[in-house]
Design a protein around this ligand. Sequence first.
Ligand code: ADP
Ligand code: MG
Length: 226
Amino acid sequence: MKQELIRAEKLNVVSQLAASVAHEIRNPMTSVRGFMQLMQKENLTTEQQMYIRISIEELDRAQEIINQYLALAKPQTEQYEVVDLSSVIQQSIDVMRSYAILNSIHITQQVESSLIIHGLKLEIQQVLINVIKNAVEAIKSEGEIWITAAKQSADFISIQIKDNGVGMTDAQIKKLGSPYYSTKEKGTGLGLTVCHQIVKQMGGQIVIESELNKGTCFTIHLPTVK
Ligand code: ADP
Ligand code: MG
């Protein structure tokens, strides 16, 4: 019992430290990114433009890693609130729309209105953004993402995010959610680990169906408010 308590305290200190380091690193990174963008507007050679573009991409990647770590390290002490899931889904789609358009991907959506759950709004949004981002990256260019959300029963709401991208083998599906598992050159392999942790914490479940070269469907089940 005593052992457990010490461990819990240690964990808390580590996650607080991680959070404060992450916050302090974010500010200088934002300012560096801003200056990089300003430099992009100058008269530059193609090569110089490429260097700046890569620098900005790498800064964004570092930012993403920090965000995912922050989500994993966050102490689970926040209060659940009543969340309008329908509008959170809409906001998440809106956030990802430019990324999809940039890759010539069309998003079709059918989201029931007034889907209400008990949970953490920002965390749910992070899950949806991570899954939609993966769908875009699985397609690479020219494809379709279908997003639906509906009440499945008195107890559960299901959100489906389906793509016609590269798909996965059964062996790949089994590895999903393990930290650092990524098939992307610049992936963090933390996105789905974060998704799994958040959804599980809210009493939900993520089900994955995928076929190589056909596409993938992520179904997120979340409990409704009773
Ligand atoms: P990352 O996106 O940084 O690679 P994730 O944890 O988000 O890390 O995803 C882990 C891996 O799962 C990806 O690298 C990819 O191989 C696979 N994956 C996730 N979503 C899909 C999808 N929609 N289609 C195909 N593969 C996927
Ligand atoms: Mg990802």
